[in-house]
Ligand binder design. Structure first.
Ligand code: V47
Ligand code: SF4
Length: 377
């Protein structure tokens, strides 16, 4: 008796390389990939092979649904005490007069400017300014919550939090509790870069290390908060470093289950101290997304950040495992545009985002931060 053999099974069976065929069988039977499997995929698998597998996983998990959300960004300052080599955005604290610093009132005014808009989330992240300490930010969180209690506040990376907590002389657990009580709902994924110290030392040697980053997300998860995780890829790291990074996240996710979304961020080389490093090709980008979808088996969602990739490449990712496109609707996100992102003024209306998704025959669903459905199209 023959059971029906699907196209994806045929593709795996016809794979000439037996290691890659073995990985394909693991994917189809929901078996976890090892770090060696991950490296092998990067080194040897064709785009079409990882793409077909990743698309199969995506459709098993989410069908054609592609999520987006309506959010806006606030960047409190671009002054930063750290000096990451890839950062085209920050002004060193010594040159702080060249940067901007927003007051609590100015940030509240930004929030108020969205009063009549159906946004569900504010994403707050910026440089690390000594004056903007834990007391300053708890006041900001409280002010936003007092004004608009239903607005979900996704704010601060472990880079900012680690600095604030150390300065306030509180433990990670205590600091997270204070921030959560003041109104912090979840953490965005930034500051992760590449965890391995051999790379971290070269690209961002003075900010929070991998252990600190993971400990802060763990503490947030323990309080019932959710968070995202990023990886800055396509610069001086090896494939093994990428897999090692994903492995650390997968392990923490096994423990806490608190991550929602993995977001690979393509390194852009304009106007920073790594301008000599070439950027990855579109094929490499799609391979990165596909392999992330296969490796990160316990992360429900894989997001492409369209302002960085550009609209057309973001559309392409929807065939390579991605099921979420960031839904920024304003034009105040400077960290990418200053490093040479495709979109110099990353603004897209909801209608534009919906048709972008529909053009590639996916089904747009507006979500809130925690993937509750706001509207189906
Ligand atoms: O950690 C900085 C990256 C990140 C460059 O959680 C660069 O929903 C590429 O994490 N080339 C911050 N990337 C942004 C971030 C983020 C963005 C959107 C959504 C979410 C989310 C999180 O931006 C930094 C760093 O990895 N970045 N400079 C650059 N030259
Ligand atoms: Fe500062 Fe963040 Fe830029 Fe690093 S990436 S220099 S921590 S603003």
């Amino acid at each position: 008796m023959h059971s029906a053999i699907t196209g994806i099974q045929t593709l795996v069976q016809q794979q000439q390389n037996s290691d890659l065929q073995n990985i394909g069988h693991k994917v189809l039977s929901n078996e976890r990939l090892t770090m060696d499997d991950g490296v092998l995929l990067f080194e040897q698998a064709s785009l079409s092979y990882v793409g077909a597998l990743a698309n199969w996983v995506r459709e098993q998990k989410h069908g054609s649904v592609t999520y987006f959300n309506r959010n806006f960004h606030i960047e409190p300052t671009n002054v930063c005490v750290f000096s990451c080599a890839f950062c085209a955005y920050s002004k060193l604290y010594a040159h702080r007069e060249e940067g901007w610093e927003l007051s609590i009132q100015q940030m509240l005014d930004i929030v108020k400017s969205y009063d009549n808009q159906p946004v569900t989330e504010v994403h707050i992240v910026g440089g690390v300014h000594p004056k903007m300490n834990l007391a300053f930010f708890t006041e900001l969180l409280q002010a936003i919550k007092a004004h608009r209690p239903q607005l979900h506040i996704k704010a601060f990376t472990p880079v900012e939090l680690d600095y604030m907590f150390k300065k306030a002389k509180v433990s990670i657990e205590e600091g997270m509790r204070l921030a959560h009580e003041a109104g912090l709902d979840s953490l965005p994924g930034g500051g992760a870069e590449i965890f391995h110290p051999d790379i971290r030392q070269q690209i961002c040697n003075d900010k929070v290390d991998a252990e600190g980053w993971l400990a802060i997300h763990k503490a947030a998860h323990k309080l019932g908060m959710h968070s995202n995780a990023t990886m800055l890829y396509g610069h001086i790291e090896s494939y093994w470093h990428r897999v090692h990074h994903m492995e650390q996240l997968r392990l923490l996710q096994d423990e806490t289950g608190g991550f929602n979304t993995f977001i690979p961020l393509k390194f852009r080389n304009k106007d920073n101290d790594m301008s000599h490093v070439a950027e990855s090709s579109v094929v490499e980008d799609m391979r990165m997304y596909a392999i992330a979808r296969l490796y990160m088996d316990n992360f429900p969602h894989l997001k492409a950040y369209w302002p960085m990739l550009g609209r057309q490449n973001a559309q392409l990712t929807l065939s390579f495992g991605v099921n979420d496109i960031d839904g920024t609707i304003d034009d105040t996100t400077k960290i990418y545009s200053m490093a040479g992102s495709e979109e110099q003024s990353p603004a897209m209306t909801t209608n534009e985002l919906v048709s972008l998704i529909q053009q590639v025959k996916r089904v747009p669903v507006e979500r809130d931060t925690l993937y509750g459905v706001v509207k189906q199209y």
